[in-house]
Ligand binder design. Structure first.
Ligand SMILES: Cc1ncc(C[n+]2csc(CCOP(=O)(O)OP(=O)(O)O)c2C)c(N)n1
Length: 633
């Protein structure tokens, strides 16, 4: 790579001519295609910001100036330009570069991101800190038109527009979220995307408006109002100006000299500035340009054809969810589905096509999605909200306050529960049990396999109360799928195997790890029982206590943080039944989990049959020693 190899730090960019910069952009695209075609990753978004990132690093001085990448999935170019090109091949791999900005990875990553729409708030925080400490640097938030749909972005704009602090918001407008964009803000941006650059036009409009004569005070007032109205129609970005930001744009986001020019202009303005940059998602690689949604977050693919490398495998939980909800909705027209910019990720694409009137993609607006669904339910429909576990974190109050406190009949499909692999700590769904378990009225379920998922989704609609069903990102176990779903009795766990020496308790697919461990323990002379919990709330007190009393020892296993997880719930249950002599070992995560493939992470963090066996043996040995010492044997 003739030019990329020369870039040790962003400063080196300033030595290149325009022609060389164009060649550098080509090399960066090639490098990203090479690496992402093997490791998977967020290709289309990164292809779209190559020139934008180069121009930002020429116009600003990172790390002194702070550049905050919203979501951060588009930070690959930034990583390549900030001394990480040698390690770029390890992108998203266990122990390698993260797929998102990470402060501990580089001084050029000034703020960790992963969840959408945090950048303007963070940028304003930096700007205020700078002002209070009398420091001198620029702060830039780079936010996509998708991320601009979330409430947090408006909360931050509302605050920013009312301050004097210098701050630059770069709106990267590519007409796409993961799927084509939705919502009124997107329609607004669509309208102004092709308008001529504001600054030049603004002057012409001001001159034109000044020519309108004033005739007496009252008429003058009306004329002023009319002028504002005319300006509103003629000036692109007026909405942002009204919010107190200076609007610059729209700018072609693939023209480095124009971008640099506008950034230099923005640096000179006082107060908050919004630079509207228009880019093309997937630029420079035809398959990604044609299908930016598929290449938004993509697995390994053939560089030559753009075809995804698919293995013969069972359907994913998400696919079974998508099929089930379509089957149910065909028979029941009160079922409606809500998602927050994750239609394809949550398997609702087919639902959207079959029932367009009953499908709502509300944009990146998890809080709104949940409250909206609460009212749909209270008004007599049967809404299912489908989002990733990690994004429900955004909507906790809405689940608690709007759905559960009112006991609204909403089903929450909690996709990507458990670790998700290469996207890492910002995206692992390992907290939902802890935060949902605390909420009264919320039934909380987890299927051990994809067939049980079908029955659980069906059952959830029959309980007539708030229900959350959590299931993982992975492919299913490969079990046959029953044609007709049946109702699972609420709160009933499943005893998969009797055992007198120890009881293994799991939920979700780790139940199969428990079964494997039980089999291997049998070979070692330990008789282990296995409970598939199915319900985390309410717990099956009777079955758990019965089995625990028999064996006196429990190992709980969960693809979840230990704090407040099911292991904790079982300890609480034993405590409240004064069953304190039962020994419990809990397996789960003790901390945030890094990025890497799911099998690697399971191995590294000890979610394995081997770990279950070790924990079981430890407990059995401990009890035997105690018995020996107390003279019972
Ligand atoms: C709170 C939250 N919800 C959902 C997501 C999933 N997500 C990641 S990127 C993305 C689309 C972002 O669109 P945009 O900001 O326009 O960026 P682009 O990829 O188009 O450049 C979504 C929905 C997220 N990261 N955070």
């Amino acid at each position: 790579m003739q030019f990329l190899d020369k870039i040790e730090s962003p400063k080196d960019l300033k030595k290149l001519t325009n022609v060389e910069l164009t060649k550098l952009a080509e090399e960066i695209r090639q490098e990203m295609i090479d690496v992402v075609s093997v490791n998977g990753g967020h290709l289309a978004s990164n292809l779209g910001v190559v020139e934008l990132t180069i121009a930002l690093h020429r116009a600003f001085e990172s790390p002194k100036d702070k550049i905050i990448w919203d979501v951060g999935h588009q930070s690959y170019v930034h990583k390549l330009l900030t001394n990480r090109k040698e390690s770029f091949k390890t992108l998203r791999q266990f122990g390698g570069l993260a797929g998102f900005p990470k402060r501990e990875e580089s001084i050029h990553d000034c703020f960790d991101t992963g969840h959408s729409s945090t950048s303007i708030s963070a940028a304003l925080g930096f700007a205020k800190a700078r002002d209070i400490k009398n420091e001198n640097y620029h702060v830039v938030a780079v936010i996509g038109d998708g991320a601009m749909s979330a409430g947090m972005a408006y909360e931050a704009l509302n605050h920013a527009g009312n301050t004097e602090s210098n701050l630059i918001v770069v709106l990267n407008d590519n007409e796409m979220f993961i799927s084509p964009n939705v919502g009124a803000m997107s329609s607004y941006l669509n309208k102004i995307r092709t308008a001529p650059m504001y600054d030049k036009k603004k002057k012409e409009i001001e001159i034109l408006l000044k020519k309108i004569p004033a005739i007496g005070p009252s008429v003058a007032k009306a004329v002023e109002k009319a002028k504002d109205g005319i300006k509103y129609f003629l000036v692109p970005g007026m909405l942002f100006e009204e919010l107190g930001l200076t609007y610059l744009g729209p700018i072609n986001g693939h023209d480095i000299p124009s971008l640099e020019k506008v950034f230099k202009q923005a640096k000179l303005k006082k107060g908050p500035v919004l630079v509207h940059v228009v880019t093309c998602k997937g630029k420079g690689y035809e398959p990604a340009k044609q299908s930016p949604d598929i290449f938004h977050g993509v697995g390994p693919f053939s560089k030559e054809t753009g075809e995804l490398i698919k293995k013969d495998s069972p359907p994913t939980y998400t696919q079974i969810f998508g099929q089930t909800i379509c089957e149910l909705a065909l028979k029941d027209d009160s079922i409606v589905a809500v998602t927050a910019a994750m239609g394809s990720g949550t398997g609702l694409d087919d639902f959207g096509k079959l029932f367009p009137q009953r499908f709502f993609d509300v944009g990146i607006a998890e809080q709104h999605a949940v409250t909206f669904a609460a009212a749909l339910a209270i008004a007599g429909l049967k809404p299912i909200v489908s989002m990733y576990s990690t994004f429900y974190q955004r909507a906790y109050d809405q689940v608690l306050h709007d759905i559960c406190l009112q006991n609204a009949n909403v089903v929450l499909a909690v996709d990507r529960a458990g670790i998700v692999g290469e996207d890492g700590p910002t995206h692992h769904g390992i907290f939902d049990i802890s935060f949902f378990r605390a909420i009264p009225n919320l039934t909380l379920m987890a299927p051990k396999d994809e067939n049980e998922l079908k029955h659980m989704i069906y059952s959830a609609f029959t309980y007539k109360q708030p229900v959350a069903v959590r299931y993982p990102r992975s492919i299913g176990i490969g079990v046959p799928i029953d044609e007709t779903p049946v109702v699972i009795e609420k709160g009933k766990a499943e005893l998969l195997r009797q055992g007198k020496d120890i009881t293994l308790i799991g939920y979700g697919p780790v139940v199969y790890m428990c079964l494997q461990a039980a089999q291997e323990l049998e070979n070692k002379g330990i008789d282990a029982g296995v409970i598939n919990l199915r319900f985390i709330n309410p717990l099956d007190h009777e079955l758990i206590l019965n089995e625990a009393m028999k064996s006196g020892k429990i190992v709980t296993v969960e693809d979840h943080i230990l704090n407040g997880g099911v292991g904790s719930a079982i300890l609480e249950l034993l405590e409240s039944h004064a069953a304190r002599n039962i020994e419990v070992e809990r397996i789960g995560y003790e901390d945030y989990v890094e990025h890497g493939s799911i099998p690697q992470l399971y191995e590294a963090y000890g979610i394995t049959p081997q770990k279950i066996i070790e924990s079981a043996e430890k407990l059995v040995r401990k009890k035997a020693r105690e018995r020996l010492l107390s003279g019972q044997e």
